[in-house]
Ligand binder design. Structure first.
Ligand SMILES: CSC[C@H]1O[C@H](OP(=O)(O)O)[C@H](O)[C@@H]1O
Ligand code: HPA
Length: 247
């Protein structure tokens, strides 16, 4: 898997431990990616990295150019993508600082550029999305979590909301009734676009907070989220190191 890319989300603007070898600016037919792709070595293994929200975390979830990010990664020859995502915990097992590898997604986003196939009017394309994430990469992530001694939750349904505001408690109740375990704002259209490009894409979700109306039901603060993500991203780092050394 020398063709591995990591998309960093909230709490993962830089990949600590990555020995950077070069930065590559990629222009795409879909506009500019969130930033240059950083190439480097993680424990001696080639890895590419791009921060979803930009290197200064200035791009909100509804304005991320998902098409450009994924097109750029594939264009430069990367075939496997681990998308790291901060999420709110909806169901009881999804406690803050836990790491989950989602196996399903429900899309509540709207008005995002969500397909590469909207302009080819002669050939209507419907990708299969029964299993939204790459089974091979999910299995590797779960195995890597076990090797790293992490108590990774091996399945979860990710509800992708529009943001940038957090959800109301009633919206979270609805997501739970729908079957969502975690909630975030970037899981779609990212996963579907990756599938359209034929990328092997899986998500590594880090629970940053109890979703609105869950936990003790108090107001969610960025301080709380940031503190949980420090611990959660430390786990992600161990998981990614186990992933790259396992191949
Ligand atoms: C309150 S933090 C919300 C922010 O964090 C997540 O970002 P990412 O998925 O890139 O880690 C969530 O989707 C929101 O964008
Ligand atoms: O509670 C949340 N809701 C939506 N996205 C999130 N990303 C982190 N926490 C949350």
């Amino acid at each position: 898997m020398s063709d591995l890319a990591i998309i960093g989300g909230t709490g993962l603007t830089r990949l600590s431990g990555l020995e950077i070898t070069r930065r590559e600016v990629v222009h795409t037919p879909y506009g500019e990616p969130s930033g240059p792709v950083t190439h480097g070595r993680l424990l001696g293994h080639a890895v590419a990295f791009i921060p979803r929200h930009g290197s200064t975390h200035n791009i909100p979830p509804h304005r991320v150019n998902y098409r450009a990010n994924l097109w750029a990664l594939r264009h430069i020859g990367l075939t496997h993508v681990v998308a790291v995502a901060a999420v709110g915990g909806v169901t009881p097992a999804m406690e803050p600082c836990r790491v989950a590898i989602p196996d399903q997604v429900i899309d509540y986003t709207w008005a995002r550029a969500h397909t590469f196939f909207e302009e080819d009017l002669e050939h209507v394309t419907h990708i299969d999305f029964t299993e939204p994430y790459c089974a091979e990469l999910r299995a590797r992530l779960i195995q890597a979590g076990a090797s790293a001694g992490l108590d990774v939750i091996d399945k979860a349904t990710y509800g992708a909301t529009q943001g940038p505001r957090l959800e109301s408690a009633a919206e979270i109740d609805r997501l739970e009734r729908d079957g969502c375990d975690v909630v975030g704002m970037t899981g779609m259209p990212e996963a579907a676009l990756a599938r359209e490009l034929g990328l092997c894409y899986a998500s590594c979700a880090v629970v940053a907070n109890w979703a609105p109306g869950r936990g003790d039901g108090t107001v969610i603060t960025m301080d709380e989220i940031s503190a949980n993500l420090v611990s959660g991203m430390e786990k992600v780092k161990r998981l990614l190191e186990a992933l790259v050394t396992s191949r």
